[in-house]
Design a protein around this ligand. Structure first.
Ligand code: MIG
Length: 819
């Protein structure tokens, strides 16, 4: 079937099943030619398929699967028919053909969700001794495909062939493939029903979505097993959640890591670095983190300082900390070959570096010159690596670590030679198998160290390369992009795609890494960046400055306005992060994920949701003052002027350079922090809640745990639900509170948007209350809105029920405008 593989060899297929056995939720089927299929029913909607060509399964080992994923085995009914076996769970039916082992999965109404064409087959590779393992499936009528993590092409993958082989792709472009990360997980969607497939194989993997043959989708790898997980939705979001349950979620980040971050290659010496900090505070542009790129090191030796540039890092970092800045430093995998360098000596003497096939340590050239590279797939090496962070963190005061070049990247050669050996946690192998998880294991070892030494504070790790599951250890960014409009378009798609592929803590280099953006492009990019979980400006520095104030006063003001908006939105973004941590829900939600029942959304990809209640659509074109976009069904408020839009259709969003198309779902309660220059600058005594009136009922969530530390793991957090119910003449808000955390704020300032009536009586838990009408300075993003008055109510934090009764239409209040 799959053409354009390596040499033409013989394709091998399973024979007829002659034996089967069951061990709890594991079902083994063996064929006449010794092929064995192991079907493991993990939950009612997650089924694993593992194939052995010779009846032998090597020890079960995966870096991707979350060790904490231990679901109770579900109920499975097993039946046999003349031609097939059948496994039935509460949600799906899985049919296994006796002749050929093809799989067919149906939902309980009998709709085919996924069906093998040839199914499992393989080729033996004489050269390496591996099997090229293959799987082919029918394309279902009207099927669309999504996912695969780090890809810069259109959202819908139908018609494409893509591969996973982590690569350092400086200045990549639309459709470049592969990029830095390897996430062999995709979604299928047809008849409004979604499923997912995760091919847990770390070799170079390929996915063909109706590309070679329009009726066929297939995936294969040049080694290891055909070993994949099937997830049943039926919702796309549910599929993403199932995948995140299996491969894990991030822990809660420190709240400051959701603030604005500023980076450049490179800020040095100390006076320059501190100058950047000073400028942020003088200009009152909020910022939480500053980054040191490779030049802070002594000759690019990891865990050292260039003492000429940074004579006293501990003093410098503590001075920055006193002003609210966290310092994050880069650490690459290449360890300079230098007999006088401690890290090199320890690695060399203890055998911690990767070896070539014939024994010597592998050498490769990167920034420091010739280097050896730690084998992070060895548990002892990871421990050693983790401990190397002690001084940087406990003495110098570094609060986060940035892992780069971990695809792994090597100058000239690209990456390691194939014969390089790895421990692979006791399953020794070559680079062919370890390549795609090298960066992940580096990030894991880094995380262990940063977490250990930052305690009781939470760590921040950011990595360029990743494999499925890396989200358990690290955030990520999309690598070396370019300051162009096309790259802004890509940043939007890449971040959405990484988010649905398990990695929600994601952002792009705002403004572009290579070359310089115009002021306009920088602002348009920042407008998108403030809605990405990871929000950092970074640039190569070769082409001029890229700070929020680098483009002239007019743009500086705009940059400040959008970074300020980011800080106002922090409690909402933090709540969205908590949903991701708790349920695996992607933070960024492609339009199709928001409205899977609406097939119009299948053809659009610029619009996305952040959390439950926001819809954003970036402007990715020069010199325009708005754009057409598709609003999913429901009622929406345009953030900038409160115009009310009815979704389920295309609308025009007026967005000159001081706006990004940003809509808020009617009925939602959006928490706002007061303006701060950095997280923790002020004690928050009052939390603003922006309530967007709706007719009918809608529930919003607010999570809080103080933003750092680990008490939340012991239940010291609060989850608040605001249930808003509106009629033409009344509005009721009930609050449900779970958890034991005591926030610093004791009152809510509730700002009412879009009330269709004039409030007459207000009762809070039965008692009467007065209404204020304010010109709300906190919402003054728009000069036009300065004179607009919003009704405001101040209530105690733990109220249970707020009730407003009104008289229809009060001339005192702004009429909601309908678009
Ligand atoms: O070969 O550390 O993607 O963010 O600034 C370039 C220097 C190495 C690549 C990263 C980029 C970083 C740069 N690095």
């Amino acid at each position: 079937m799959i053409n354009s593989l390596t040499n033409r060899r013989e394709e091998l297929f399973p024979g007829k099943i002659i034996e089967h056995k069951q061990e709890e939720n594991k079902f083994y089927f063996s064929s006449a030619n010794e092929v064995t299929l192991l079907v493991q029913v993990l939950t009612s909607r997650i089924i694993r398929f593992r194939y052995s060509p010779d009846g032998y399964f090597p020890p079960d080992f995966s870096y991707a699967i979350d060790p904490d994923f231990k679901p109770e085995p579900p109920k499975v009914e097993f039946t046999q028919k003349p031609d097939s076996f059948q496994l039935t769970t509460e949600l799906v039916v899985c049919i296994i053909q006796k002749e050929g082992l093809q799989i067919k999965i149906l939902d309980k109404s009998g709709n085919v969700i996924n069906e093998d064409e040839k199914g499992y087959h393989w080729e033996y590779d004489l050269q390496t001794g591996n099997n090229t393992v293959k799987m082919s499936k029918w394309v279902q009528s009207g099927e669309h495909y999504y996912g695969l993590g780090d890809k810069s092409c259109n959202m819908n993958l139908r018609g494409r062939r893509l591969q996973n082989w982590g690569s350092d792709t400086y200045g990549y472009s639309r459709n470049s493939d592969p990029l830095y990360k390897s996430i062999p997980f995709y979604f299928g969607l047809h008849q409004k029903t979604a499923y997912g497939i995760f091919f847990d194989n770390t070799f170079r993997t390929y996915f063909d979505f109706a590309h070679e043959r329009s009726n066929l989708t297939s995936f294969w790898a040049h080694g290891e097993e055909m070993n994949y997980y099937f997830f049943y939705g039926p919702g796309l979001t549910e599929v993403a959640e199932q995948y995140a349950l299996l491969t894990g979620r991030s822990a809660m980040p420190p709240l400051w890591a959701l603030g604005y971050q500023q980076c450049k290659w490179s800020y040095y010496p100390e006076s320059t670095f501190k100058g950047i900090a000073r400028e942020f505070r003088e200009r009152q542009i909020p910022c939480d983190a500053l980054y040191l790129d490779i030049d802070y090191m002594d000759g690019f030796r990891c865990f050292t300082w260039n003492k000429e540039y940074f004579p006293d890092p501990k003093r410098m970092i503590s001075e920055l900390a006193a002003d609210g800045f966290k310092t994050v430093v880069i650490i690459d995998p290449g360890i300079k070959i230098d007999k006088n360098y401690r890290v090199y000596q320890e690695g060399f003497q203890n055998g911690y570096f990767c070896r070539r096939g014939d024994g010597p340590y592998m050498k490769g050239s990167v920034w420091p010159g010739l280097c050896h590279f730690p084998d992070y797939t060895h548990p002892v090496v990871r421990e050693w690596w983790a401990d190397l962070f002690e001084e940087l963190i406990t003495v110098d005061g570094v609060r986060g670590v940035w892992n780069d070049m971990n695809e792994p990247a090597v100058f000239e050669q690209g990456t390691f030679p194939d014969d390089v050996r790895f421990d692979y946690d006791g399953n020794p192998c070559s680079h062919r198998k370890a390549h795609n998880i090298y960066g992940m294991q580096m990030a894991r070892a880094t995380y262990m160290g940063v977490k250990k030494f930052c305690y009781p504070n939470r760590p921040l790790v950011i990595t360029r390369s990743a494999f499925s599951g890396t989200q358990r250890f690290s955030s990520t960014w999309t690598g070396d992009n370019v300051a162009s409009w096309d790259h802004l378009w890509m940043a939007n798609i890449q971040c959405q795609r990484l988010s649905i592929s398990g990695m929600s803590f994601v952002g792009s280099d705002i403004g572009g890494f290579i070359e310089t953006p115009t002021g306009e492009l920088y602002i348009r990019w920042l407008q998108l960046g403030i809605f990405h979980p990871f929000c950092r400006t970074h640039s190569s520095g070769d082409h001029g400055d890229q700070e929020p104030w680098s483009f002239g006063p007019e743009y500086t003001l705009l940059a400040k306005k959008f970074i300020e908006l980011r800080y106002r939105l922090l409690p909402y973004i933090y709540t969205t992060f908590w949903q991701y941590v708790t349920f695996g829900t992607p933070m960024l939600r492609p339009l199709t994920f928001m409205a899977q029942d609406d097939t119009e959304t299948y053809h659009r990809m610029a619009e996305f949701g952040l959390g439950d209640n926001f819809l954003i659509c970036p402007i990715t074109q020069a010199e325009v003052d708005g754009r057409w976009l598709y609003l999913p069904h429901g009622t929406w408020y345009y953030f900038w002027d409160n115009t009310i839009y009815i979704g389920g259709k295309e609308v025009w969003a007026q967005a000159p350079l001081d706006r990004i198309p940003f809509f808020i779902r009617a009925g939602s309660v959006v928490p706002f922090y007061p303006l701060m220059q950095y997280v923790g600058e002020k004690e928050i005594t009052e939390l603003t809640l922006n309530l967007y009136y709706t007719e009918g009922s809608f529930t919003s969530t607010l999570y809080d745990d103080g933003g750092d530390g680990y008490a939340y793991e012991k239940g010291i957090f609060t989850e608040r639900k605001f249930i808003v119910t509106g009629t033409q003449v009344s509005l009721t808000v009930s609050q449900e509170i779970k958890g034991a955390f005591e926030p610093t704020y004791t009152t809510y300032k509730i700002i009412l948007h879009g009330l269709p009536f004039g409030p007459e009586t207000i009762r809070i838990d039965g008692e009467p209350l007065l209404l204020d009408t304010v010109v709300d300075p906190e919402l003054d993003f728009e000069p036009e809105s300065q004179n607009e008055k919003f009704p405001v109510i101040y209530v105690r934090r733990d109220f249970k029920t707020l009730n407003i009764q009104g008289i229809a239409s009060d001339p005192m209040l702004p009429e909601p405008e309908m678009a």
